[in-house]
Design a protein around this ligand. Structure first.
Ligand code: NDP
Length: 285
């Protein structure tokens, strides 16, 4: 097995990836736009390449981790005979376009999404999503497992960024709800630290509704014995009015109110909340 790996991009995440590979005894060639960032890794045994092209030619497996996708597109030269594992965050469209370019040059392409922060890299709790060339993924799976727990999602290179973005979507929605709720109680001088355990327990309990919503939307069966769209809809005027009364920005609430209103107007008031997923799949004009 060839254990040589190249890492392009030595920011916080790229350095953590390179360090995990060095810790596993791999031959690691590194390149970074600002050359000095390679020095701590060279001190740990990495080989410093002077150019991205030199780094790409050094190893069969090339891991890319830069700030944004267009940076990665800019530095990736000839990928013939190489497997490019692109871990820079991007969109499904960007991933598919770069995959076409790499495969057109005679390289193999895997896109990835890192669901972890740098200190977690190298540990099993670091979930890393992959999709694209399955043969290339299998060939390098032992090496990729050094970085975290790999999960392969399928042959479409757009799947890994899609799942990555969907998980971020869920996370930011939850954080937005938490932060708005904290602003509401702080408007009456209730410390966030007093309220936090209550909201954390509440959100944890509410997550128990997800499996049933997932089942309902897949089955197209929206009958509910828990909570209907109409019951939730009536909460929104009060939520928005109270935000305004307390001097708090209503934030995401008007958009949610509009979605509930649309569901009721379309005759779905008696359905369970999973019905809203189908409305999101059909954006309002
Ligand atoms: P950093 O800002 O720490 O590093 C960015 C890297 O991109 C540096 O190596 C920088 O080089 C390089 N870079 C920026 N612009 C260019 C360019 N035009 N040409 C060449 N190189 C360039 O970011 P992170 O390492 O934290 O993040 C890297 C990727 O990992 C991002 O896509 C991020 O979303 C993803 N990620 C990060 C996580 C985190 O917690 N940090 C978590 C999950 C994913 P230079 O040093 O020369 O500026």
């Amino acid at each position: 097995m060839n254990t040589s790996v190249t890492v392009l991009g030595l920011g916080l995440m790229g350095s953590a990836l390179a360090e995990a590979l060095l810790g596993d005894g791999r031959t690691v060639t590194v390149w970074n736009r600002s050359h000095a960032k390679a020095d701590p890794l060279v001190a740990k045994g990495a080989v410093k390449a002077e150019t991205a092209a030199e780094a790409i030619s050094a190893s069969p497996l090339v891991i890319v981790c830069l700030s944004v996708y267009t940076d990665a597109e800019g530095i990736l030269g000839d990928a013939a005979g190489r497997t490019i594992v692109q871990l820079t965050n991007g969109t499904p469209r960007q991933a598919r376009a770069l995959a076409d370019r790499v495969t057109g040059q005679g390289g193999r392409y895997v896109d990835g999404g890192i669901m972890a922060v740098p200190p977690m890299i190298g540990r099993p709790e670091a979930l890393i999503l992959y999709s694209g060339d399955e043969g290339a993924f299998e060939e390098h799976s032992e090496t990729l497992a050094v970085l975290g727990r790999p999960q392969f999602l399928g042959g479409d290179p757009g799947l890994a960024p899609l799942f990555d973005l969907a998980l971020l979507d869920a996370m930011y929605g939850m954080i937005a709800g938490f932060q708005h709720a904290v602003a509401l109680v702080r408007s009456e001088k209730v410390p966030a630290t007093t309220f936090e355990p209550m909201v954390t327990a509440w959100l944890t309990a509410m997550m128990a509704l997800f499996p049933e919503q997932a089942r309902a939307v897949e089955a197209g069966d929206f009958a509910t014995r828990v909570s209907s769209v109409a019951t939730s809809q009536v909460a929104f005027p009060g939520l928005i009015e109270t935000s305004r009364d307390q001097g708090v920005d209503p934030g995401h609430l008007p958009a949610l109110r509009d979605l509930f209103d649309r569901a009721v107007a379309e005759g779905h008031g008696d359905d369970g909340l999973a019905r809203l997923i189908t409305l999101l799949e059909r954006p309002a004009r």
